[in-house]
Design a protein around this ligand. Sequence first.
Ligand SMILES: *[C@@H]1O[C@H](CO)[C@@H](O)[C@H](O)[C@H]1NC(C)=O
Ligand SMILES: *[C@@H]1O[C@H](CO)[C@@H](O)[C@H](O)[C@H]1NC(C)=O
Length: 440
Amino acid sequence: MLVPMATSLKLFIFSSFLSLMITSSIAQTSFRPKALALPITKDVTSSLPQYITQIKQRTPLVPVKLTLDLGGGYLWVNCENRQYVSSTFKPARCGSSQCSLFGLTGCSGDKICGRSPSNTVTGVSSYGDIHSDVVSVNSTDGTTPTKVVSVPNFLFICGSKVVQNGLAKGVTGMAGLGRTRVSLPSQFSSAFSFHRKFAICLTANSGADGVMFFGDGPYNLNQDVSKVLTYTPLITNPVSTAPSAFLGEPSVEYFIGVKSVKVSEKNVPLNTTLLSINKNGVGGTKISTVNPYTVMETTIYKAVADAFVKSLGAPTVSPVAPFGTCFATKDISFSRIGPGVPAIDLVLQNGVEWPIIGANSMVQFDDVICLGFVDAGSNPKASQVGFVNGGSHPVTSITIGAHQLENNLLKFDLAASRLGFRSLFLEHDNCQNFRFTSST
Ligand SMILES: *[C@@H]1O[C@H](CO)[C@@H](O)[C@H](O)[C@H]1NC(C)=O
Ligand SMILES: *[C@@H]1O[C@H](CO)[C@@H](O)[C@H](O)[C@H]1NC(C)=O
């Protein structure tokens, strides 16, 4: 079932690269939303956490749960068998402008274009036809949901059971937010003439909703947190890092320029070659909502973990997988902003720092508390579910994972190619303070 697309390139008919806009119109109404707000829940029912959002799709509308994939190129859902019933389900005909929005595509015997939906949790890809259907979501004034709005011809790829396997219970696809013309941010921006901006705020608490905004702020949690962001440039990796891509395609994931790492304000000695992206797409730092924890190339992991252990000054205990550096919980002090441990700062290319506070750096298991980073080199778990970063695609040196993103607002400004970030702990706020229920 696996189709390594880079090698099966010749089998596909290429569609043209016409630069066409999505022609979806705003449904039924002249109401033009300023932004959209979708909930993000943390699912802890599988072995590793997944972050789930929900849209409504099809006619009649049904709720569709999707695993959030920040670096995914598009929306895909399982359409197999009786999974998919809709009177507004339309195939994208080979050669159409809809197909060309996906870049390179194949063409099936039914003359429907397609490409490969990938499950980036398991690394499994297959081939699927491109379709469109109605998608319905809540708009927002920045504070609460305001009005339901629809995109009549939202494009997506049909996945299958094989690709769906490994997603959290009740989830039938993935919501890609990556740098393509068909990702959720791009299609919503085109449909509603939004600024090409979106924001994610992952909750640490599986019992409360975090939030994702499409369009510009204000993004009101307790306050307008879009005003307190630090910015750093987004970087493009010229080589795809996805489980499945055509040769020559750039990565659609979000990379940032980490120049050094500090522990307790002191620079950790690292091989800086690993921190830049080379011509084969290897190295550098990306952000992922699919990796539950930050994964580091083995020499970077060891250097950071050593500096952390020395600075903390507490004895280490037997580690709990997938982690390699753990302590007795009784040796750690706790405050409002979490475990009192040495600060870890990512120093970014424009000189700004991304602080990783204790709540984001540590993962607690009752009596044991671990540095929540995974060694990509030596930990066998690293190549298993949730840490897909190998195979035939280039290996990234640092993948900043979801635990480290929790309760941080991340705003992706695609037109300016920059990322705004802020730890909401530092604002006495958090990602679950958006009021989904007090809708008027
Ligand atoms: C809009 O938000 C309300 C309140 O949270 C929710 O019940 C409803 O399902 C949402 N609608 C859509 C289309 O997601
Ligand atoms: C640094 O990393 C690069 C890329 O992996 C490697 O070629 C080089 O040998 C490393 N340098 C040192 C001093 O280990």
